[in-house]
Design a protein around this ligand. Structure first.
Ligand SMILES: [Zn+2]
Length: 258
């Protein structure tokens, strides 16, 4: 089976599953996460997140999940599927039980569904709140795309949305929460710069002279102010490039605006 056919089968199964369980009681949201939302050519496991209301009956969702697992397993590449459950406050609840009858068995290896059809094997796997809250792709109640996803999946989602909600375009949300920058905006981000400022550049009389002339960061063309006191040095040639510095700081590369 060529790689593109494997992905196509994964996508088709994901959307069929979503369509089926979107009609079940208490199902609030269905998302696709992990492998097929990335350019992975030979995905092995189809992962879906189903957000449910507190009183949602889980057995029908687990039943659909079990059938999905069966279909994935019968693919030539013997793939798997996981249906993760989440609360409306984006907490991970566990994955659906794989058995028709849910009761403790040796094969469950310490995981406990105990008839609830929710397998809380957190020691094997857990899903971060972040992934639940801003999953790369949401299928239901409407299609929302939050990540750069492969074209095959994007096209299939657009078709799906046309079929389910004709006239309503696919939602696209810039994934703001995935930004990993941690910018300091109210203090020195590098203690060495603070050291220079506190000691007034003891080994650099020329730099100290600049400071005294008033040629300071606050007046530098490469200073991006965060507030009245602090800003980011954006001067690539400055030794303080990408540091948060005090507006009255300076360096040998200070460049007056205008
Ligand atoms: Zn079980």
């Amino acid at each position: 089976m060529p790689a593109s056919n494997i992905r196509a089968a994964f996508i088709r199964n994901a959307l069929e599953f979503a369509e089926k369980i979107s009609q079940l009681e208490g199902v609030r949201r269905i998302a696709i996460v992990r492998e097929i939302t990335t350019p992975m050519k030979n995905p092995e496991i189809l992962c879906l997140v189903v957000t449910v209301s507190e009183d949602a009956p889980i057995k029908p969702i687990a039943d659909a999940g079990r059938k999905l697992k069966g279909r994935m397993q019968s693919m030539p590449t013997a793939a798997g599927a996981d249906v993760f459950l989440a609360s409306e406050t984006h907490e991970y609840l566990g994955r659906t039980c794989s058995y028709r009858e849910c009761h403790p068995r040796a094969a469950c290896q310490g995981s406990q569904c105990n008839g609830t059809f929710v397998n809380n094997d957190f020691h094997v796997f857990t899903l971060e709140k972040e992934v639940i809250q801003s999953s790369p792709v949401e299928v239901f109640p409407q299609v929302i795309i939050r990540s750069r996803i492969p074209d095959d999946l994007r096209r299939a989602l657009e078709e799906h949305q046309k079929k389910m909600l004709p006239g309503k375009p696919v939602g696209k949300q810039y994934p703001r929460r995935q930004n990993t920058n941690a910018i300091v905006t109210d203090n020195w981000s590098n203690p060495n710069a603070k050291g220079l400022y506190d000691a007034q550049w003891p080994d650099e009389p020329a730099t100290k002279a600049l400071y005294e002339e008033g040629r300071q960061c606050g007046g530098c063309a490469f200073f991006a102010p965060f507030n009245e006191d602090w800003g980011l040095c954006c001067h690539r040639e400055s030794r303080h490039n990408l540091e948060t510095v005090f507006e009255h700081f300076t360096c040998p590369k200070q460049q007056e605006t205008g």
